[in-house]
Design a protein around this ligand. Structure first.
Ligand code: PLP
Length: 375
């Protein structure tokens, strides 16, 4: 049987990883500035993470959501403490798309409306409603296209109001910093205005923090910089440091009822153990502060590079926009310098999404490689 061939692959086979390094079957060591697409938050194979998951699987790996699971409650408490999101309820699932799918469904239940407003260049996942609100017609199948969605430019409040004023929109979904779209972020005035318009027109404000959440920007959630309180916050990626877990934080104004949402695997014991370990290490090792410090250092160094058109993003969700297509540069970084990086929808943007444990000396290695290739 062959694999269903949907991924363009680099010919590298990692067999183990430790902190910010990945090793292939020949024991070649790669510096991981990609974090498996912003997933590795506390570093590969962190001892605390390995210990907690191993102990949990030895006791109870899974049981269904029809029994008590105190680990879910512990996770909700710790999440509230570290994120500062105090007036929310937690629903757990398994991935980013599933988190957005539940967020959109809940918004529709709550408002009894069905249209969604999304933004140009957005990415929210590949399942039913999540892909329909993603601005990429190539991945939207006819079965997804039946959803009612409008796209406006990020930052265009006037266009938002023109859509919302018809009073048929259940949700606005936004990545405060766009991920694969290329790291664009609008102003505080825009996000606050968006939040006000959502209140005015009874529309649920969904912040997609799947990539930017769990400390990646140096704040626990990226929206926190803008002083807003979304109605629903979707999370995944860094939440489990590689263990599949997603979730939504739901404002207390939105009420639960039996059977409204559900999942077999979501919030299982192993997933909770993984996410609790992530939160413990983020706190113990002060990784949000580290993300900010290393980010400042990165941006200073980036200013000294030739050909850089702009330095994008914040925290450890960063991008370098060049005046050329970066695909060859990215290959050279991997195969000649043994450094993993990411790309974006904009072919000129090289993305940097490392584990939040990264140190300044790792950044030096990256810039030495770039200097070699660019000068
Ligand atoms: C902002 C954002 N939303 C949603 C998703 C979908 O997450 P998943 O691939 O876990 O379904 C992603 C994945 O890249 C993402 O970056």
């Amino acid at each position: 049987m062959s694999l269903f061939n949907v991924y363009p692959l680099f010919d590298i086979t990692p067999v183990k990883a430790k902190d910010v390094y990945v090793f292939d079957e020949n024991d070649t060591k790669y510096l991981d500035l990609y974090g498996g697409h912003a997933v590795i938050s506390i570093g590969h194979s962190h001892p605390e993470y390995v210990k907690n998951i191993s102990e949990q699987v030895g006791k109870l790996g899974f049981y269904s959501n029809s029994i008590q699971n105190p680990l879910q409650i512990e996770l909700s408490k710790k999440l509230e403490e570290l994120s500062g999101c105090v007036d929310y309820q937690l629903f757990l699932c398994n991935s980013g798309a599933e988190a957005n799918e539940n967020a959109l469904k809940l918004a529709s239940f709550h408002t009894d409306k069905k249209k969604v407003l999304s933004f140009k260049n957005s990415f929210h996942g590949r399942t039913s409603a999540a892909v329909a609100v993603t601005d990429n017609p190539k991945i939207i199948a006819p079965i997804n296209a039946q959803q009612s969605v409008e796209f406006v430019a990020l930052g265009d409040l006037e266009a938002v109001e023109k859509v919302l004023c018809k009073n048929d929109v259940c949700a606005v979904i936004v990545e405060v910093i766009q991920g694969i779209g290329g790291l664009d972020e609008s102003t505080t005035a825009f996000y606050q205005g968006l939040s006000e318009l959502c209140k005015q027109y009874n529309t649920v404000f969904i912040a997609d923090e799947i990539q930017s959440g769990f400390g990646r920007t140096g704040d626990f959630f990226a929206f926190q910089k803008h002083g807003i309180d979304p109605d629903i916050i979707s999370m995944a990626k860094g939440m489990g440091n590689g263990f599949p877990i997603g979730g939504i934080l739901i404002h207390s104004d939105i009420k639960a009822s039996m059977g409204l949402l559900g999942t077999t695997f979501g919030g299982n014991h192993l997933a909770c153990a993984a996410s609790l370990s992530v939160l413990k290490v983020l706190e113990d090792e002060q990784l949000l502060q580290n993300a900010k410090d290393v980010s400042t250092y990165f941006k200073e160094k980036a200013k000294t590079l030739p050909n850089v058109k702009s330095i994008k993003g914040r925290g450890l969700m960063l991008g370098l926009e060049f005046d050329f297509n970066i695909s060859e540069l990215r290959k050279k970084l991997i195969f000649e310098h043994h450094i993993f990086t990411g790309n974006a929808k904009n072919p000129n943007v090289l993305r940097i999404l490392p584990p939040l444990t990264i140190q300044k000396h790792h950044i030096d290695v990256f810039f030495e490689a770039l200097q070699t290739e660019l000068t």
